[in-house]
Design a protein around this ligand. Structure first.
Ligand SMILES: CC(=O)SCCNC(=O)CCNC(=O)[C@H](O)C(C)(C)COP(=O)(O)OP(=O)(O)OC[C@H]1O[C@@H](n2cnc3c(N)ncnc32)[C@H](O)[C@@H]1OP(=O)(O)O
Ligand SMILES: O=CC(=O)O
Ligand SMILES: [Mg+2]
Length: 351
């Protein structure tokens, strides 16, 4: 166990100093592409221009025989392009796979200066983060990098869930967590074959009226992921890092995708994964606060003056706590508007 004094010391001679605060950059969608797919590689610059985060995926969804090609494809994409404000991330293969070590070694030494965040799948506990933390420090020193690469863990095993708080605080590199509903469902032996989203069988039913069990009774579908997202959000917020919802696999069901994303947004997530171009716009819409909410929040902040006391606005009580809720909304709107002129106009920040 490190002493608190050592927490921010570089873990290898010559490695850059760890960050003290996780920078908040627009992160509404993490767009996945397969760098072994020439079509997706060709489209990468165009896709990058319309997303907050572009992620070269090397893990699940890339065929075993294409793992080396995907790694090489990502190196090429990073070397040949400057994505400007768009962050470049990768998801490496898991630490117990035949490819994880070579993924980290190659990517950090070849394109470490271009990579903002490395997503590590199937993280089980803080020991996995400690391993990656030291290895990255060694590789950063070797590559002569000036800034540390951050780490994002996928929460997709029952053991990872039970260790979630310790994972979040395992290293100053920890940038955030994503919920991985597919692997997590399998690992927990949940009986759903869907990649994220609800399930019609997970419901509550209205009591029978007048004892008539076979009479008409409303059913209300429940959210399979409520507990998991809530727990992840708390762990992240307590550690000062960022929570994301992961994949929604029913690409054609754009309505349910939007619902899943919005549930995550309302519970505190900053973004979600987009697996297909059609999900980019959904994430952009959902994870940007609604202009009407921003307007209302601004009005409350203005009316509340120094932010203390209680008053009524449109029949509703506002006080020190609700003004803080409004500040969350307005500061997110400003952060996103800085990057997005159209959004800035919709919020009325620019003429
Ligand atoms: C549980 C998890 O781990 S989730 C994370 C791992 N999974 C992934 O990363 C999946 C990423 N997405 C994909 O591989 C693909 O979107 C698929 C396989 C789901 C569907 O692909 P397709 O069958 O080609 O879909 P579709 O025909 O609708 O594609 C339309 C166009 O968008 C392109 N496209 C599809 N997905 C992407 C993407 N993620 N990024 C960039 N372009 C894409 C296709 O290449 C196609 O291009 P074209 O018009 O030039 O031919
Ligand atoms: O990696 C994501 C998942 O859902 O599994
Ligand atoms: Mg997974």
């Amino acid at each position: 166990m490190h002493s608190p004094r050592d927490f921010y010391r570089p873990l290898a001679v010559g490695a850059p100093d760890p960050v003290r605060e996780i920078p908040f950059r627009p992160s509404r969608m993490i767009h996945f592409f397969d760098p072994s797919n020439p079509k997706m590689v060709a489209k990468a610059p165009q896709i990058a221009a319309g997303v907050d985060i572009l992620l070269g995926n090397l893990e699940d969804a890339v065929k075993s025989e294409n793992k080396e090609a995907a790694r090489a494809g990502l190196v090429q994409v990073a070397k040949e392009n400057d994505f400007g404000e768009t962050q470049l991330w990768t998801r490496v293969n898991s630490l117990d796979s035949p490819w994880g070590l070579d993924d980290l070694t190659t990517l950090v030494t070849e394109i470490g200066d271009k990579l903002d965040v490395i997503m590590v799948p199937k993280v089980e506990g803080p020991e996995d983060i400690h391993y990656v933390d030291r290895l990255l420090a060694q590789l950063e020193a070797k590559a002569g990098l000036q800034r540390p690469i951050l780490v994002h863990a996928i929460l997709e095993t029952a053991r990872g869930m039970t260790n979630v708080e310790d994972i979040c605080t395992a290293s100053p590199r920890m940038q955030g967590l994503s919920l991985g509903p597919a692997d997590l469902a399998a690992n927990r032996r949940m009986k759903t074959t869907r990649v994220g989203g609800g399930h019609p069988g997970y419901l509550v039913r209205q009591d029978p009226t007048d004892g008539a069990i076979d009479g008409p009774r409303s059913v209300y579908q429940q959210d399979l992921w409520h507990y998991t997202i809530g727990r992840m959000v708390d762990a992240c917020a307590a550690a000062g890092i960022l929570p994301f919802y992961g994949p929604f696999g029913d690409i054609k069901d754009v309505v349910a995708c939007e619902d899943q994303f919005r549930n995550a947004f309302l519970l505190g997530c900053v973004g979600a994964w987009s697996l297909h171009p059609v999900q980019i716009e959904i994430a952009k819409r959902v994870f940007s606060p609604d202009p009407a909410d921003v307007l209302h929040a601004q009005a409350v902040i203005e009316a509340m003056g120094d932010g203390s006391g209680a008053l009524m606005i449109d029949g509703k009580m506002e006080d020190d706590a609700s003004v803080k809720q409004c500040q969350v909304m307005v500061s997110l709107a400003h952060q996103l508007a800085e990057r997005d002129p159209e959004l800035s106009q919709r919020y009325g920040f620019t003429a």
